[in-house]
Design a protein. Structure first.
Length: 486
């Protein structure tokens, strides 16, 4: 059994109140370890440590020196790859085959990718004519924003945390990370790496706990936090936004999604099936960019549905260490109950369960885990709750459509606007439909294909702001203009 302490000012710190909570393995509900819940005192100490770090050696480093240190962090994560992989798989239950190709390597790569991108982005400069004829020169200058609160989710714990921490540190900020209470391990382990690589104390801090009346609320309310970046549920984002309004702190939020996939009859059907399968079922459907609503043009509807059912039937459920497994449990018992409540609701609302819809028999050793069946529905009305609300589980609803105009309306008929996927071999149609999607990201004949230089974020209730490439530079720095009279 492990112990997960808060990481504050370069040291691992127990909760002063003695409050701890259990971290359980979703595979079999076994106890991984106890997590020290940060109280007001620990959160305030972490924020103060980050604030002090900005005035210390970290704040005086050159950009080249910071980049060198962050590259060491990336290299050290890869050197300790198996430790990070083991920690991530125990927390989430996901197959090692997936985490070893996505979570850990991409989590490490975020430090190098953002360091290189931000190091090479210019500011602006203008010459200004003045009445005396001598002119003035305006020079853009970027400075770190300060102390950044990073509130990260449980579905891709290391990857989505470093997606924020990487650019924040590359820009010269200090961070206080509040990882999900469900997945505390890799954020904690990263504290050891920061010390090993010579990152000054206070630059990277971790506080564990929950939201209301716990670490999350204490962190977002702290007046010395200069900006807040969050990935998670829309309702939690609204609460954080209210807190950030006090002091006019900047926010960047990536929230919920109810993402559509549109499959036209002229698509490469095997390509569309493969991509839609990944978008609906990878990581047990626990991906903010996942596809829960699939619209298929009527001439190929029956064929597409049959192929999807064939592929779902092939999914191999199993322990993370099972090399043949490509489908794990949900992250927790609580989330399992939420997803199963939607499985029941779908039937109540008139869905036809094409495959799945319940709890698999995993055998005596694993039946206590957070397992659910991958599920496909048909037959739901467009205003059904299961069509309107984010499930965040391994499920999708597939329905036919007859015209481009009709499917554009159906795809956009949601409060969310995170992403969409379009499957067609007609390039004109692809561009035409993509331009009309009310979403922050639109993929054509692909899914989850990410260039870290491009913008990432959602429309409507899926978020505020953009990160990625120079868009991260905009959020994690303040730009000032220096006007020099000649």
């Amino acid at each position: 059994m492990s112990e997960f302490k808060n990481f504050i000012n370069g040291e691992f710190v127990a909760s002063a109140s003695g409050k701890t909570f259990a971290n359980r393995n979703p595979v079999d509900d076994s106890l991984i370890g106890m997590v020290h819940e940060a109280g007001q005192a620990e959160v305030d100490a972490a924020v103060q440590a980050a604030k002090d770090a900005m005035q210390g050696p970290w704040g005086k480093m050159t950009q080249a020196e910071r980049i060198s240190l962050l590259n060491k962090v990336a290299d050290r994560i890869n050197e300790r790859f198996e430790e990070f992989l083991d920690a991530e798989c125990k927390d989430t239950g996901k197959p090692r085959s997936i985490a070893s190709h996505i979570d850990i390597p991409r989590g490490a790569a975020n430090f190098k990718a953002f360091s290189e991108t931000l190091a090479n982005h210019p500011t602006e400069g203008f010459m200004l004519d003045t009445p005396d004829g001598k002119g003035a020169m305006n020079v853009g200058h970027r400075v770190p924003k300060g102390v950044i609160a990073v509130i990260s989710p449980w579905n891709l714990p290391l990857l989505l945390m470093t997606w924020k921490v990487g650019p924040a540190l590359a820009c010269g900020n200090a961070v206080v990370v509040k990882p999900s209470e469900e997945t505390p391990a890799t954020a904690t382990l990263l504290g050891e790496v920061m010390n090993e690589c010579g990152i000054p104390a206070g630059v990277y801090n971790v506080v564990h706990g929950f939201g209301p009346d716990s670490a999350g609320a204490f962190l977002t309310a702290n007046k010395d936090v200069d900006a807040i970046t969050f990935t998670g549920e829309t309702r939690t984002g609204e609460i954080i936004m209210q807190s950030a309004a006090l002091g006019l702190r900047d926010i960047s939020m990536e929230c919920g999604g109810k993402n559509p996939g549109i499959v036209f009859a002229d698509c490469d059907i095997e390509k569309a099936v493969e991509g839609t399968m990944r978008s609906a079922f990878v990581n047990c459907g626990q991906v903010c960019l996942g596809t829960e609503r699939v619209y298929v043009e009527r001439p190929i509807f029956e064929q597409f549905l049959a192929r999807m059912k064939e592929e779902v039937a092939k999914l191999k459920l199993g322990r993370p260490e099972d090399s043949e497994a490509n489908f794990g449990p949900l992250v927790s018992q609580e989330h399992k109950e939420k997803v199963l409540s939607y499985y029941r609701l779908a039937v109540e609302e008139g869905a036809t369960v094409e495959i799945g819809g319940g709890v698999p028999d995993m055998g005596a050793e694993l039946n206590g885990g957070a397992w659910v069946e991958p599920t496909i529905w048909t037959g739901l009305a467009d205003d059904a709750r299961v069509i309107k609300e984010e499930v965040f589980g391994p499920c999708c609803h597939i329905r036919p459509f007859d015209s481009e105009e009709e499917v554009i309306h159906q795809a956009n008929d949601t409060d969310y606007g995170l992403c969409a996927a379009i499957w067609t071999e007609n390039s004109s149609r692809a561009i035409r439909v993509a331009q009309q999607m009310e979403a922050g990201l639109v993929w054509v004949n692909s899914w989850f294909l990410r260039d870290l230089r491009t913008s990432f974020g959602g429309a409507k209730q899926s978020g505020i702001g953009r990160e990625g490439g120079v868009h991260s530079l905009e959020f994690y720095t303040e730009q000032k203009n220096i006007c020099i009279k000649l």
